[in-house]
Design a protein around this ligand. Sequence first.
Ligand code: PLP
Length: 400
Amino acid sequence: MPASTSSSGLAIHGGRPVRPTYLPYGRQQVTEEDVQAVAAVLRSDYLTTGPEVPSFEAALASAAGTPRAVACSNGTAALDLMLRALRLPPGSEVVTTPLTFVATANACLYNGLRPVFADIDPDTLNINPDEAARRVTPRTKAILAVHFGGLPVKAAALRDLAEDKGLHLLEDAAHALGARSGPFQVGSIGKAATFSFHPVKHVTSGEGGAVTTADTGLAEAMVRLRSHGISVEAARRHGPTAGHYYEMVELGHNFRMTDIQAALGRSQLSRLAANVARRRQLADRYRSKLGSLVRFQHEAAGESHSYHLMSVQLSNEWRHPRDAVFRALRAENIGVNVHYLPVHLHPYYRQNLGTAPGTFPEAEAVYGRLLSLPMFHSMTDQDVDDTVAALEKVAAANVL
Ligand SMILES: *Cc1c(COP(=O)(O)O)cnc(C)c1O
């Protein structure tokens, strides 16, 4: 027994933590190459609206398997741009998952659209296609699917549903760059898909986002809307002698990505395959060592998870509530987290959309058992083993 002030030995009771240093749940990796790419932009003539943005867009389109990508300032702006460019009638309904970051549903509200939640499948943590079908009404115009943690949604079922009901299938792919579902690269499953390059995601540009699509008209609309709704065609039409001339043709925003961000993003994207491969190795290690202590997301044949998050559900073997386990693991220097409080339970949604507890029982039950374990591509095998040791230590304790 290590020196301890408690018979349990748990760090939360004054015992020695499983590891001396804190292991975060996620961490960006910035290489010397990334630094050089950014420094080159800083020494160039263009800090923004220069050549790096289209280069990044081309690299991302290729990674997502789509003809076009439109870069913007962050993942929330990407969702907003995508929904705005689709020009859905005000009050239209968008079916989405309650188990996501609030930005997914908020982007509907920015555009006068109503997010309608459909419960998840506890095996995948993704929207249940049967539940999505049940929520479709004559006002539904789109399904906004989230690939939770990086596990792709059931692409075939959702594509069929969208086609059958005449809806747009949209992806919030913030977690899932580099994931695949059967023949589809994530980003090319539906009409359009959004990505985030926040440092917590597995490819970062500091802040950043993008929308991928095969629809050229939609891409052009998003290019305009990310820069005030100013038409670039007008300047071209009037030629070099009228170089000052531009026209604003609709109400847009400044949602532009800088060249500094684009250079960092493109440099990071060049390591995407190795990054996802390493995450998948780490996930295999967790899967082989944690046994029945936790329940993992079910990755079906033909699906490939990108493991932005290593989210697991505590199994029925646990005597302790999730929040007690969470605190005990943090004390062991294991930086666990929880993704997410279901959107319909946030006070804003309850007060303004009339959502209530008890309406999405699967999402709510899962939330009570969820834990995101450390997962980032520079993590070592030993880091996984420390996390496993901490989970076993906490599980064996009689009281927390
Ligand atoms: C991170 C995230 C977003 C928002 O991206 P930002 O770049 O932080 O604005 C949207 N949806 C999901 C599912 C996310 O995880």
